[in-house]
Design a protein around this ligand. Structure first.
Ligand code: ASP
Length: 364
């Protein structure tokens, strides 16, 4: 497996703009950071790049299997999420607020495997995980195994901002959340017929299949990877130059025994550091944890001198070599962004200071 990019992603894009006047400048491959003339081209002080990139999960997403209605629904919800993040940033709001605003919209949509529409565990329940990180302070918050929190990303933020801890799980996390005013719902709220049927199919397929080998964790029961994951995430460079990242998921269909993936693991599924980048991942969580993907990208930039693009490629290629499928979105302090994935598709989009949303789904 190799990381793959959409054609448009191959160039190094940067978000460059000022209050009011805005432009998404696409630089040629190999172009360096914002140069002095670019920074002083317009009146009113230095240009403030800002950018916002989201994903709605990577997996087997093929054009041939998608109906036009369904594709339109995905595009419209991703566009709405980009607009929500942009609106916060345009007004000079904090990147963390943009990340939460977009992720809440995606959690509330049954299209994605996060919040409403989360996949089912083997026991027929929904167990949600989330995390968030502030690149300025390196503060982080995460929650796992949630059964009643309507918007897990909000709880992750409360853990970060209103507790001395970084990660809380299960009932304890929910008790903390309810004390802090997060909305709790009946677990039935998360039910969608489509995800339920997905679980039934998965169980049937697993019964027919040969037992999994340890070396084949990605395909329980030796099955082909036929899942559409649908985790959601966002990364942001705000006008203050701060980076932030967040991720929210229902995990993997048919997961068992309190399984937790990479999404709520700081450094694996989510990481942000103003010195380097902000990253949100999606894919086979076990492989993303073992590869410590999000932090490894930051480390390749910090210690290895790699560009964001090089670092993201390098680390995702390593995930692929282990046998893991998935992708990620990442942005650096200059507004360069990357959206690599090694599956057939990844729901993804970006918006810069011009406010024009870009949404892509497939590899080609
Ligand atoms: N990474 C998530 C998990 O392993 C699933 C996904 O992104 O599709 O829980």
């Amino acid at each position: 497996l190799r990381s793959q990019f959409m054609g448009a992603d191959r160039s190094r894009r940067k978000f460059i703009g000022t209050a009011g006047a805005a432009a998404l400048v696409s630089c040629l491959p190999g172009a360096g950071p914002l140069n002095a003339s670019a920074r002083t081209r317009q009146k009113g002080g230095p240009l403030k790049p800002f950018g916002f990139v989201i994903h709605g999960g990577a997996g087997t997403i093929e054009r041939a299997k998608m109906t036009p209605e369904r594709e339109a629904a995905y595009r419209s919800k991703l566009t709405e999420a980009l607009a929500a993040g942009f609106e916060v940033l345009r007004k000079g709001g904090a990147g963390l607020d943009a990340v939460v605003a977009a992720i809440v919209l995606l959690e509330d949509s049954p299209l994605f495997n996060a919040g409403k529409g989360a996949v089912f565990t083997a026991d027929g329940t929904n167990e949600l995980d989330s995390s968030i990180m502030d690149g300025r302070t390196l503060k982080a918050g995460a929650a796992a195994g949630l059964k009643r929190v309507k918007n897990p990303i909000r709880l992750a933020r409360l853990v970060m901002e209103q507790s001395p801890h970084v990660m809380m799980v299960g009932d304890g996390a929910e008790t903390f959340g309810s004390q802090k005013g997060v909305e709790l719902v009946d677990p039935k709220y998360f039910y969608t017929e489509e995800r339920w049927q997905q679980l039934q199919r998965r169980k049937e397929e697993e019964q027919k299949a040969t037992p999994p080998k340890q070396s084949d964790l990605r395909t329980p029961g030796g099955l082909p990877d036929d899942k559409k994951f649908g985790t959601v995430g966002a990364v942001c460079l705000d006008r203050e130059g701060n980076l932030s990242a967040g991720t929210s998921t229902g995990g993997m269909t048919n997961k068992r025994f309190g399984r937790v993936g990479d999404s709520p693991i700081i450094g694996a599924g989510t990481y942000a550091n103003n010195e380097t980048c902000a990253v949100s991942c999606t894919g086979d969580g076990e492989y993303f944890i073992r590869s410590v993907v999000a932090h490894d990208i930051s480390a390749a930039m910090k210690y290895g001198g790699k560009s964001l693009r090089e670092a993201a490629d390098l680390v995702l290629a390593g995930v692929g070599r282990l046998g893991g499928g998935g992708g990620l979105v990442a942005i650096d302090g200059r507004g360069n962004f990357a959206m690599p994935f090694n599956t057939s598709g990844m729901y993804r989009g970006w918006v810069g200071p011009d406010g024009k949303p870009h949404v892509q789904i497939y590899k080609d």
